[in-house]
Structure formats: C-alpha cells, structure tokens
Ligand binder design. Structure first.
Ligand code: OGA
Ligand code: MN
Length: 282
C-alpha cells in the first residue's frame, strides 16, 4: 500500500490496496494514520459488492440510514443510491446529493463522522466532487477571528430550502415524518476532531442558517466571511472520478459539494454512498 498526497493540505490516494479482501491490523493502522493526516482518502481500482462496501465503511464506525428512505438501495438500506439514471420513468437514486457546499448530516444533533462514496458508473468527464479542508482553513484564521468564534454556536437545518432550491425537484419536499426527524440543531462554529484534536470551521452554506445569538445582519455577514475564507482555492480540491474509485472523508474537518448540475442531461452517473455515525460536535 502506498499513500500519495493529492491536494496542498489534504486528500490522498491509496494505491495497491484491494478492499474486497480482508485487511490485517497493520494495514488498518496505516489506513487510520493516512485518514487522520489527509481527511479525504481515495481508493482506486476497486471492484466492490454492496456488502464489501459496507464492511470497509464499518471500519470507520457504525453505519446509519439516510433520512431519504425513498433512495435507499433496495436490498441494503444502509447504502444510499445517488444516480442520474432513470429506469422505467423512475430515478434509480438521488440525482444530486448536494450541489452546494456541505458537511454530511450536519443538520442532525449527531452529524455523520464520515461518509463513503463509491463510483459504480461515472461519466468520461465531469461529475467531479469538490472538497474543502476546513481544518486548514481554521488554522489560517487570524487570532482575532479565532477569539471571536470562541464559544459561538450556529443553527443547522436540513429544510433550508432557499440555498438548495436547485435540488428541490429532485429530492422532493420532505414529508412531515422526515421533517420531524430533522429539527433545527445548534453546533459549535469551531469544532474539534475527536481523535486528532484538530479544530475546524464547522459551518457550511448548505445547512447552516444562522449564528445563534447574533442579529440577522451580523450573522449573515459573519457566515459569509467564513464561507468565503473556507472556499479560497488554497483550501479546496477537485476530485475527478474514475469508475471503481472509493472515496472516504471525515465530515468533522471537511466540506464537499457535487457538480452534477454541470453534466449534460442524460449523462449517467451512479454512486453508492454510506454514512458513518458520529457524536455531537464539541
Ligand atoms: C454525498 C455527496 C457528492 C457527489 O454523497 O454526500 O455530497 O459528487 N455527493 O455526488
Ligand atoms: Mn454530501
């Protein structure tokens, strides 16, 4: 196994590892080290069945089912189908899992620790996934800003439809039961990655609606400033997919977004996605 850093501050490719085979403890230890150092890992040339994807995902923690049960994999509800493919007039998955910057499941009290995304069918070009290193972005804040953010909390909401209007037609309105499962939650604006102790900026344009306790103008201005800072090129990486790639990322210290809206209509892209449960951010 060989680890190749792809981005300036984060994202690495893991070469020469077959995830369909059981891994020994030494390999897991090396993977964990790479995981904490790189925050996003890309495993190339994999040929995985659903149970194999679930097995490697489970290394990072317990799997949880997504709120959108209508897009669960038929046989394996822990896998969310993300797909632009329509069969018999029915989309076989969620066509757009988030063309806005977000950290997965930050709208829950216990956001997802990690996510995996496996490229089952990917376009020749396009459909890239963009990543942002929110730990590097935190480190680069001025001391003044770090002090200002200390103790602040922000509200996150899955039903923040204004920014996500683009995906509305695809995802559909949330049902009352889905809304009940996702009440607005507060999280620290700066969180600490539990294993590494690294701090990161934990607000995202997709789900964060306001900074708690600030007037609306001040809240909007501060969020805008933080988003602009995080999304500077120096903290971002564009991942170009090959079929058989498996990506895993740490949601505590990264944000990401899809670019599927840029694909020509009819372009086929199908991914399997798992969500690994996490703890309440501190
Ligand atoms: C996700 C997601 C992005 C993509 O699966 O959580 O945001 O490029 N996917 O499909
Ligand atoms: Mn996502």
């Amino acid at each position: 196994m060989r680890i190749e850093r792809l981005g300036e501050t984060f994202v690495a490719r893991v070469h020469d590892l077959d995830l369909s085979q059981p891994l020994d403890n030494e390999t897991y230890a090396a993977l964990d080290k790479a995981w904490f150092e790189n925050r996003v890992l890309a495993f190339s040339d994999q040929t995985l069945t659903e149970p194999q994807l679930m097995a490697i995902s489970s290394h990072f923690g317990p799997l949880e089912k997504h709120v959108l049960e209508n897009f669960h994999h038929n046989a394996y509800p822990e896998i969310l189908m993300i797909s632009t493919v329509v069969e018999d007039d029915k989309p076989i998955g969620l066509a757009d899992a988030g063309s806005y910057w977000h950290s997965d499941v930050s709208y829950k009290a216990e956001p997802s620790r990690a996510s995996t995304l496996y490229g089952v069918e990917v376009p020749e070009a396009g459909g890239d996934t963009l990543f942002c290193d929110t730990a590097a972005a935190y480190d680069a804040l001025s001391d003044e800003m770090k002090t200002r953010l200390e103790g602040l909390k922000a509200a996150h909401n899955y039903d923040q439809r204004e920014l996500q209007a683009s995906t509305k037609g695809i995802r559909g309105e949330l049902t009352t039961a889905q809304k009940d499962q996702t009440p607005e939650v507060l999280h620290p604006v700066v969180r600490t990655q539990p294993e590494t102790g690294r701090r990161s900026i934990f607000v995202n344009p997709g789900f964060t609606v306001r900074i708690d306790g600030l007037a609306e103008d001040a809240s909007t201005a501060l969020l805008g400033e933080l988003f602009a800072h995080c999304l500077e090129d120096r903290f971002c990486y564009r991942y170009q997919w090959q079929k058989g790639d498996l990506l895993a990322w740490d949601n505590a210290v990264t944000m990401h977004r899809a670019t599927v809206l840029d694909l020509a209509p009819g372009t086929r892209r199908t991914m399997w996605r798992t969500i690994i449960s996490g703890d309440a951010p501190i």
